[in-house]
Design a protein around this ligand. Structure first.
Ligand SMILES: C[S@@+](CC[C@H](N)C(=O)[O-])C[C@H]1O[C@@H](n2cnc3c(N)ncnc32)[C@H](O)[C@@H]1O
Length: 446
């Protein structure tokens, strides 16, 4: 007599699943029949081709599976470089080989494109470092009873979890992260700390870091005193400055110089805004920004004194490369980023470019425009693309830099009747994660 199948004695939601593919959000997807219905089950931490045991919750749609055990590894599965990957919300693709990450990203990018553009060639640009690349980190602090926990968010949660080492952080950022916990001793409350790099120096080992702290209530004086004592001079790795905003305060307490910096793609340092946007990887950004500059230059090569608008300009990462090609207006909503962009332009003798502090989504585009550059946040640029689609004379070239495939796809659909793809490039700026940076240069068809 054959033994009864083990699955039958389990509760119905403990299942063996075959992972058919990975969804753009990063989860593995299995298709199962549940109560006579075909259901998709999304599982964090799964790789394509995996056979896994999972506890499945059919309540939400799609259903959610919690990975219990990998019983058969798919060909793309690797041993994660970090032991915390299932507890930490930071890197959702540590279990997928780097080559496969790139292949899946390209599949996701193609699927997001308007159908008529899916055969267009897509270049993939690999990150030079797949570990220790993040030059910016946000960590979460919870302090009570004299002790503080500094950690990353758990997946789909705002609870900080402690990790003894983070393999994707740049060594300077990782050192700074590990120094934080004792600095918050005897504090009470919760907070977020952004860790970024200080000004570039010749020897990268001597690069300092800066902190931007946002705390729920008041912080005791001894915490400020610890940050002050930690300040280190240029030429030594350590803290260059901190900006601390507590409770409802609108102005920060400033210790040292908290200005974050990164290497600019034109070879000069680029000042960033405290609390403003910064690309996640300095090294990856050099590849990205250089390419944006090259594509703009090639699009405008036959247009003397071109009119260029750059929306979502940040602190001028691309602005300083676009400004030499014509009359440029850069639009950004963060006041500190606008000041930094202006300073970066002035430091390069490019003060003729105009920086406008405004909402890009309602910014009225000028009638004659040769190039429009967009680098929106993950929510994309729906209103801008609708405005472009309604213009009598849309810009001849549109360069869209995106960090979110879903909103990029939506916006390209709006633009597709007017434009054809000139260049499509996928930048692996966030290795070990499902996130992808995309650069799309479009040329007007009529
Ligand atoms: C993805 S970042 C790009 C910044 C810059 N291109 C860079 O590479 O550093 C998006 C920028 O858009 C800004 N932003 C977000 N919403 C905005 C809006 N409605 N209007 C103008 N700028 C906005 C953010 O402050 C941020 O600086």
């Amino acid at each position: 007599m054959s033994r009864p199948r083990k699955e039958k004695s389990r509760p119905s939601n403990d299942m063996t699943l075959e992972i058919a593919e990975v969804a753009p959000g990063g989860d593995g997807v299995a298709i199962v029949t549940h109560q006579g219905e075909r259901r998709a089950v999304f599982v964090r931490g799964a790789a394509p081709g995996d056979r896994i045991e999972a506890r499945v919750d059919f309540g939400p749609r799609p259903a959610r599976g919690q990975l219990r055990n990998v019983v058969g590894a798919g060909v793309d599965r690797v041993e994660p470089a970090c032991p915390h990957t299932m507890r930490c919300g930071g890197c959702n693709w540590m279990q997928i080989a780097n080559d496969a990450q790139t292949r899946i990203h390209l599949e996701h990018l193609r699927a997001a494109l308007p159908e008529a553009w899916r055969e267009h060639p897509v270049e993939s640009v690999r990150a030079t470092s797949a570990l220790r690349y993040r030059t910016r980190a946000r960590v979460h602090v919870r302090a009570s009873g004299g002790r503080a926990i500094v950690g990353m968010h758990a997946p789909s949660s705002h609870e900080p979890i402690e990790v003894d080492a983070c393999t994707v952080l740049h060594p300077t950022i990782e050192r700074a992260r590990l120094e934080l916990e004792p600095r918050f001793e005897r504090a009470h409350g919760t907070g977020d700390v952004e860790i970024a790099l200080g000004p570039p120096v010749e020897n990268d080992d001597e690069r300092g870091h800066v902190l931007s702290v946002r705390w729920s209530g008041a912080l005791p004086g001894e915490v400020y005193a610890r940050f002050e004592r930690a300040l280190t001079p240029t030429g030594e790795t350590g803290l260059r400055g901190a900006s601390i905003v507590c409770g409802e305060a609108t102005r920060p307490a400033v210790i040292g110089d908290p200005t974050p910096w990164m290497a600019g793609a034109d070879g000069s340092p680029l000042q960033l805004a405290v609390g403003g946007f910064a690309q996640a990887s300095e090294e990856g950004n050099l590849l990205l920004a250089r390419r944006v500059g090259e594509l703009a230059a090639s699009a405008l090569s036959s247009v003397p004194n071109a009119h260029i608008v750059e929306l979502y300009a940040g602190a001028g990462n691309f602005t300083v490369l676009l400004a030499p090609h014509g009359q440029l207006v850069a639009v950004e909503s963060h006041a500190g980023a606008c000041r930094a962009a202006q300073a970066n332009l002035s430091a390069r003798g490019l003060a003729g470019a105009k920086v406008v502090e405004a909402d890009a989504s309602t910014y009225a585009l000028p009638k004659a425009l040769h190039l429009l550059v967009l680098d929106p946040p993950r929510t994309g640029a729906r209103a801008v693309c609708e405005q472009v689609a309604g213009l009598r004379n849309p810009p001849r070239f549109l360069l869209y830099v995106s960090c979110d495939l879903a909103t990029l796809g939506r916006d390209l659909h709006t633009l597709s009747p007017l434009y054809r793809p000139h260049t499509l490039e996928a930048f692996e700026l966030f290795p070990q994660t499902s996130h992808l940076e995309t650069v799309v240069l479009l040329e007007r068809v009529r």
